[in-house]
Design a protein around this ligand. Structure first.
Ligand code: NAI
Ligand code: GUE
Length: 303
């Protein structure tokens, strides 16, 4: 069976018109401020891409380049500035526990990436709402959410199964366990019923929901298995390794696998198309759509 290549732009168009029409009804333009404090060329690319797409949707964007030691003060100021509707910090900044501190400094009311402890806690415990009456949704991080939207679009989510169980029976690998993408993504997929191998450079953990558990959230367990043991079992393989030299060995992939890459470099070999049923080479454009959606949602809650 030939491999279908699904481009992120195709998935993103599902959201573009909806976002545009909502923005056109706003009396003031919601504004996103992005803080760039690293020299990651892909973060800059993302900033440019967001700037362009936000403008197209009628949203305002301002990029602030600040030295990383001044980021805390810059965030405090933006938290208090009523003209700022949303805040995003490009990660990694320090690549250590200081990044978590930065995530928590962003006012939850303005946190378009949903990375502060309030939203993070909700994600990991599978609680989608901010209030008892379920009128306000918790913000989900843009890239993990983008990957979920891609998987929904290509039919990996089985909508005939009960809500919260759409990935039942699926085995999924997520190669990357960063706090901003890989770990929250693995948690979201496990909370939707999948068995997830969270593969990092140092170890592999299995994220899985205990169906008997009173609280409907996953548990993570370390395994001694290696990528060569687990990848051949996976129906879906999602990669996000930020090094160009890294390649997922095609020979490990199960025939008919769904292969999704969110890294800014290609983690799959060109031969992936000989084995996969569906290949998604990048998700960036969907990430930008989710960013716009989250910004609008926060703007609505603020007003
Ligand atoms: N398309 C999009 O929307 C987005 C793309 N990205 C891209 O995704 C990539 C990852 O971003 P972050 O998670 O923020 O980076 P990060 O540097 O914080 O994390 C990278 C993760 O990959 C793991 N890793 C490194 N080498 C590995 C290997 N050989 N095998 C298994 N795991 C390995 C690391 O241990 C770490 O968990 C980058 O290329 C970034 O530009 C990030 C966010 C959004
Ligand atoms: N807090 C945080 N959140 C992020 O989401 C984040 C980050 N930090 N740090 C940097 C990486 C990188 N990243 C990209 C997102 C979209 C495109 C994108 O839209 N790319 C277009 C191509 C761009 C072009 O045309 O050159 C595409 O995939 O089609 C690229 C890169 C988000 N990141």
């Amino acid at each position: 069976m030939p491999c279908k290549v699904v481009l992120a732009a195709e998935v993103a168009t599902n959201y573009t018109s909806e976002i545009k029409s909502e923005v056109s009804q706003k009396p003031v333009k919601p504004k996103l401020v992005g803080f760039l404090a690293n020299d990651d060329p892909y973060a800059e690319k993302y900033a440019q891409s967001s700037s362009k797409h936000l403008a197209e949707a009628g949203l305002a964007f301002e990029l602030r380049q600040v030295p990383r030691d001044e980021l805390e003060n810059a965030l405090k100021e933006a938290n208090q500035d009523p003209s700022v509707s949303g805040i995003l910090v490009y990660y990694p900044v320090f690549s250590d526990e200081r990044d978590q501190k930065l995530q928590d400094m962003v006012d939850p009311a303005k946190d378009v990436e949903g990375l502060n402890v309030v939203y993070n806690g909700k994600l990991y415990s599978n609680d989608r709402y901010m209030d008892e009456d379920k009128t306000r949704k918790a913000i989900l991080p843009c890239t993990p959410l983008a990957v979920v939207k891609v998987l929904e679009h290509i039919g990996v989510y089985d909508q005939s199964l009960p809500y919260g169980d759409h990935l039942r029976g699926k085995t999924i690998a997520v190669v990357n366990r960063s706090e901003v993408v890989g770990r929250p993504l693995a948690a979201l997929l496990a909370n939707d019923g999948a068995r997830v191998y969270s593969i990092d450079i140092n170890d592999i953990q299995v994220f899985e929901r205990q169906s008997s558990a009173a609280i409907n959230s996953y548990t993570a367990t370390k395994t001694e298995l290696k990528p060569e043991d687990v990848i051949p079992q996976c129906d879906v393989v999602i990669t996000g390794v930020p090094t160009a030299a890294y390649k997922m060995p095609t020979k490990l992939l199960k025939p008919g696998v769904v292969a999704v890459n969110f890294a800014s470099v290609r983690n799959f070999e060109p031969e992936v198309k000989d084995v996969a049923s569906i290949y998604v080479p990048s998700v960036g454009k969907v990430t930008v759509s989710m960013l716009q959606r989250n910004l609008l949602r926060l703007f609505n809650y603020q007003n």
